[in-house]
Design a protein around this ligand. Structure first.
Ligand code: GLC
Length: 473
């Protein structure tokens, strides 16, 4: 089986969120199971020079995009045994950040069309293009509208994976003709509530819709989670499934991770205690034995930040320390800065996206707090466990599928159900009670380090799903 995995970001080349982790690890896991899987991403100007140097140029061609004809270069590189293709056009991708421009509608239409067009020029004939999020949602749409007459393309199948349904790629109706070049009689594929909606187009035209956890696959059939797409998804439920993400256990390993103050493993857990002291020093926190809670997140509403904000004083009142790392909405950034002022030595706030510091936090704090309002999968709770921090999460999406309460059987964290700040406080207090019993706590940490969130079983599920799409079983 030959898969082409299409995404707008992939580790190690370029990353702004969880999608890059998945695109950088799932293809490796599929490949190690004797199938072919290659990755395609845009060639961004912000890619680090030392990675840029690994790329070699393969070919270039002119890409038709409505009335435009645009240069499209193809580069390639091999990383971890996986071949990556890079779509080059500096006008679209040589910018300071990945997303958030007035012409995003056009930038990712270019990318999606380039993916299909490049198959005419490279020596790889995939059976399936596995697309991810709105930035590649037009691949199945273009395939249906423009490529059915092409020998190279007509047998291709497409899978569309939703990593977060909130970001759908919604634009004005004018992009249909002006950017996509799709005739108005086919507008129905993409039109939704008076807009052009790229995700809707993929839902309509792909062979299989997947999302990143079984619970989220159920949740997005309801209005609370679906951001307007629940009706459409219910109609297409026959081709919807949820497969939980894994993490790359080799790059996420506290025994070898260079970001750790002190590397540690199950056998050398005392080293982890040293990390807590080192982090306290590093962040200007008092060197106390109080339960240290870590929060690493985008500071946006759906991450549940308002719950933390609402009862912040009460959490501190339990006798805890809190280390926050994140960036996002200014109201939350300002709030956490103010909390650092209010509780010197107890609260540390770092505003930013700093992978090295996030790893230091996972490998040093006692507890990892992640009370998301919605969470398609979430990788941080898995990484936290891998680094010995006990997660406290709300039971939603992938958090529900990966974390079980320590009050019951096979527990690995603390959970609460309702989106309610005092329910969260109750989970934190229960966690604190366990923390105050050092032997039991140490058992919980040892168990955390043994949890398996590798891609093993999920990669098998992806392979089964791809076989289903190809009609093999
Ligand atoms: C998105 C989701 C997150 C998920 C990640 C990778 O960032 O918000 O829950 O873990 O994609 O699938």
């Amino acid at each position: 089986m030959k898969i082409l995995y299409a995404a707008s970001e992939a580790r190690p080349f370029i990353a702004s969120g969880g999608l890059a982790d998945v695109a950088g690890s799932l293809p490796k896991a599929i490949r190690s199971r004797q199938h072919q899987c290659r990755v395609v991403i845009p060639l961004y100007g912000t890619m680090k020079q030392q990675l840029r140097e690994k790329l070699t140029f393969i070919t270039s061609f002119q890409l038709p995009l409505s009335w435009r004809s645009q240069y499209c270069g193809i580069f390639e590189a091999t990383e971890g045994g996986v071949k990556y293709y890079f779509i080059d056009n500096e006008f679209y991708f040589k910018r300071d950040t990945l997303y958030g421009y007035g012409d995003d509608a056009e930038r990712f239409v270019f990318f999606s069309k380039a993916i299909l067009e490049m198959l005419n020029y490279i020596d790889y004939e995939p059976d399936i293009i596995s697309c991810n999020d709105w930035q590649t949602a037009l691949v199945p749409v273009f395939l249906r509208c423009f490529y059915m007459g092409s020998e190279k393309h007509r047998h291709l199948k497409t899978v569309f994976t939703i990593h977060n349904i909130q970001y759908q790629g919604q634009f004005g109706m004018d992009v249909l003709g002006y950017v996509l070049g799709i005739p108005s009689y086919q507008a129905g594929i993409l039109e939704y509530n008076g807009c052009i909606n790229y995700m809707k187009g993929a839902i309509e035209t792909c062979d299989m819709i997947t999302t990143v956890s079984p619970t989220y696959a159920q949740e997005i059939l309801t209005p609370w989670f679906a951001h307007g797409l629940d009706n459409l998804l219910r109609e297409r439920q026959y081709k919807l499934c949820g497969i939980i993400n894994g993490i790359d256990q080799s790059t996420n390993d506290p025994a070898t991770d260079p970001a750790m103050f002190h590397n540690f493993s199950l056998e050398t857990l005392e080293e982890r205690k040293k990390n807590k002291k080192a982090l306290q020093q590093h962040l200007g926190l008092a060197e106390s034995d109080d339960m240290l809670i870590g929060i690493v997140t985008r500071l946006v509403s759906h991450k549940g930040v308002d719950l933390i904000q609402y009862i912040f004083d009460e959490i501190i009142g339990l006798g805890t320390q809190i280390a926050i790392l994140g960036s996002g909405d200014s109201q939350y950034e300002d709030f956490f800065r103010a909390m650092q002022e209010r509780y010197p030595g107890r609260v540390s706030t770092t505003i930013g996206f700093i992978p090295d510091l996030s790893k230091k936090i996972y490998g040093s704090v006692d507890v990892f707090l992640m009370p998301s309002k919605s969470e398609p999968c979430g990788l941080a709770q898995m990484i936290a466990l891998r680094y010995g921090a006990i997660p406290i999460v709300r039971e939603t999406g992938g958090l529900k599928d990966s974390i079980k309460d320590l009050g019951g059987k096979d527990g690995n964290g603390f959970t609460f159900q309702s989106y309610n700040a005092h329910d969260m406080l109750d989970a934190i207090s229960r966690c604190k009670q366990l923390y105050d019993q050092p032997e039991k706590w140490s058992e919980a940490v040892k168990h955390a380090l043994q949890c398996d969130f590798s891609w093993d079983s999920s990669a098998e599920e992806y392979i089964k799903m791809y076989h289903r799409v190809l009609g093999d079983q």
